[in-house]
Design a binder for this molecule. Sequence first.
Ligand code: WTA
Length: 651
Amino acid sequence: MANEDKVLEALLKEDRTFPPPAYFIEKALVKDTSLYEEAKKDREAFWAKQAENIDWFQKWDKVLDTSNAPFFKWFVNGKLNVSYNCIDRHLNTWRRTKAAIIWEGEPGDDRVLTYQDLYREVTRCANVLKELGVRRGDRVTIYLPMIPELPIAMLACARIGAPHSVVFGGFSAESLRDRINDCQAKLVITADGGWRRGGIVPLKKNCDDALAECPSVEKVLMVKRTGQDVNFVQGRDYWWHEMMARAPIGCEPEHMDAEDMLYILYTSGTTGKPKGVVHTTGGYLVGVSTTHRMIFDIKDDDIYWCTADIGWVTGHSYIVYGPLANGCTTVMYEGSPDWPERDRFWAIVEKYRVNILYTAPTAIRAFMKWGTEWPGRRDLSSLRLLGTVGEPINPEAWMWYYKYIGNERCPIVDTWWQTETGMILISPLPGVTTLKPGSATIPFPGVEAAVVDNTGKDVPLGSGGYLVLKSPWPAMLRTIYGDPDRYVAQYWSRFENMYFTGDGARWDEDGYFWIMGRVDDVINVSGHRLGTMEIESALVDHPAVAEAAVIGKAHEVKGQAVSAFVTLKEGFQGTPQLIEELKAHVVKKIGALARPEDIFFTAELPKTRSGKIMRRLLRDIAEGRVLGDTTTLADPSVVAQIKQQYESQES
Ligand code: WTA
């Protein structure tokens, strides 16, 4: 392939490999590659077999209907209920008294709900929803902190067939308003407030502000969490605890069609308008329960903790629906990892003897920055498996996680997926796959992923290109709410008969996938297309660096020049010598091509609320443009500060 045709050049080499440890294989649910072979032979039969693990009121007639592609249908005419699968079916077993949810509040309060308790709360809540006028098919917006009422409300919606739209508690009144209006929600479930670093997030206040411009909303159901005085609109607002106390226990689950909508989840698009990703019932539940069980090697005595917020898809699929469908004990934590101290996660692992921990690279890099003393204070010996999701994990962060959290004992499952995919698609199976730090390894059985060039042709192993999915999978999004054209344009138009992920990737000689980030983040230096991920990893490989964001800055000669924003670990100073050292380090790890033109030290990087670095804003700063949309940032003040510092340094 001629140089200019290359989609992405891969330069960073990573040779370390970690086969599954013998002790792990011995007890693993999946020990060999037979599932891959079985799925390869007949993908639909494989998924149909997995669907047998779900309780259906009526069995499907056809596994996959492709007649109206890309509007695929899975488990056609199957009837089921997600809340029944997550709760009722466990009640006839010993799991009735098993902990379903172990919850810890930020102030240190805690609560354990058994499956029996969950049944009581969810059926009561379902009856409350009905009393407030919610009917099958009505949309309910949920704007709650990470408290047990959040999964209870979701499951109650699922029980009566009302699709939910969970809006992350960190979003502003305007974001909430746009999301309510897009789906025309009838009811909003919120709380007086939520705890964050000891302070109160004023959820009800935000909700009141939003509702001034939300004509579809008839009623508001409010949980009392923080207890401060709040505005209360008679006839519109209802207290959760009062309604629940009156509501009867027991509520027949609606018989939903496999293709009925389970939920909408908004994700930020490249344009300002949020996209309402639509997930349906049957395929979604099959997909999330199967991947959860196999990838996290779930056994009945495991305590499993996914640290995501339920406002993101990771929380939907891998705190709530996957784990509960599997009858697993799932841990939920309300607050921040550094409250009251920087060992809060490790204190929770120690307190509940957590066995499986699933978190994000952004959190791991923060822990690296804070230092090893924090995990060192706590007993982490209960851990047996670790996971990551959300971004490519830099090999150094992977090694840190492996060593200081997993004590070199625990496999790490690096799971690649998207809000749109609903379920994990590329990931190791921990008892089977040899790990390579920084690679999400290979597609899950029954998933057909590939790396293609501009024309949609597979690139040879060892090269980079666009990450695509060549066949449908059960938990895939079905459409964008109210905008089917956008669904087709966004995902199914770039390549014929393939789903385009928007990510760049390469596959290596062993067929392992290395995700190189969003293709919008690619840098073009003198005609070479470089993924930001590799240069960032080379920087994070240096002992002084905690985190790095790399962008392409307009350059007269090279087209684009590499510009790096770097945060340092505690105890390091951003001296001119260090700048030279870091440039040399990148040259050593990758080559002169990737040498940063300039390096800028900053205390923080601008991130979305789910922890992804917003490189677009850094490009705006570096090229002296007015800042683009900052409303999806976790902390908009960070970017203003960087801009100021950057400009004063430049002048
Ligand atoms: C990125 C989160 C590399 C990727 C579940 C994807 C990853 C986007 C990984 C989706 C991973 C997620 N390795 N990159 N293991 N996991 N990504 O919708 O760019 O919040 O397209 O879903 O995150 O983000 P989303």
